[in-house]
Design a protein around this ligand. Structure first.
Ligand code: ATP
Ligand code: MG
Ligand code: MG
Length: 144
């Protein structure tokens, strides 16, 4: 049933659980595990007059953040019996990146945390999980 499984990892404990569960499912189904990460660097701001204007992170900053996060995700996967996950790191909008990557790779299942790094506020489900569960063409497993 599941041949291609995607775990979405943002560095949070929620996403760690998602990678762990994705590994378990991938092993049971002998599926290929892909880990997708969109690096997000806390933006610096520049004062223009009285306004703080957000500066886009540099390509180097994004690359460094991306490598660090995907390294952690691979270590989690290795601890859970998946030695060589396919990894995809791409800056941009995380929800769109995950949905498009899932379509391109004909994924059967996307595994994500219910919340992520921005785990505060009134929403029960984070915006990335909300978006992916609405737009994905395959099943989405939300991990608690
Ligand atoms: P919000 O970002 O809306 O303020 P949040 O951070 O709590 O709230 P989400 O960002 O939706 O919630 O995170 C839920 C799950 O989505 C994460 O556990 C992870 O699986 C996935 N996810 C979120 N951001 C990324 C990202 N940048 N790259 C890959 N996966 C992500
Ligand atoms: Mg988030
Ligand atoms: Mg966010």
């Amino acid at each position: 049933m599941f041949k291609t499984i995607i775990a979405a990892y943002d560095g949070s404990d929620h996403a760690k659980k998602a990678v762990e569960m994705a590994c378990d499912v991938a092993r049971r189904y002998e599926a290929t595990l892909h880990i997708v990460h969109t690096p997000q660097v806390p933006g610096e701001t520049m004062m223009v007059g009285y306004s703080a204007v957000p500066l886009p992170p540099s390509a180097e900053e994004l690359e460094k953040a991306g490598e660090e996060a995907i390294g952690k995700a691979k270590a989690i996967a290795a601890e859970h019996g998946v030695a060589e996950p396919v990894t995809h790191v791409r800056p941009g909008d995380p929800g769109r990146t995950i949905v498009e990557y899932a379509k391109t790779n004909e994924a059967d299942l996307i595994v994500m945390g219910r919340r992520g790094l921005g785990n505060f506020g009134a929403m029960l489900v984070g915006s990335v999980t909300h978006k992916v569960s609405q737009l994905a063409e395959c099943a989405v497993l939300t991990v608690k």
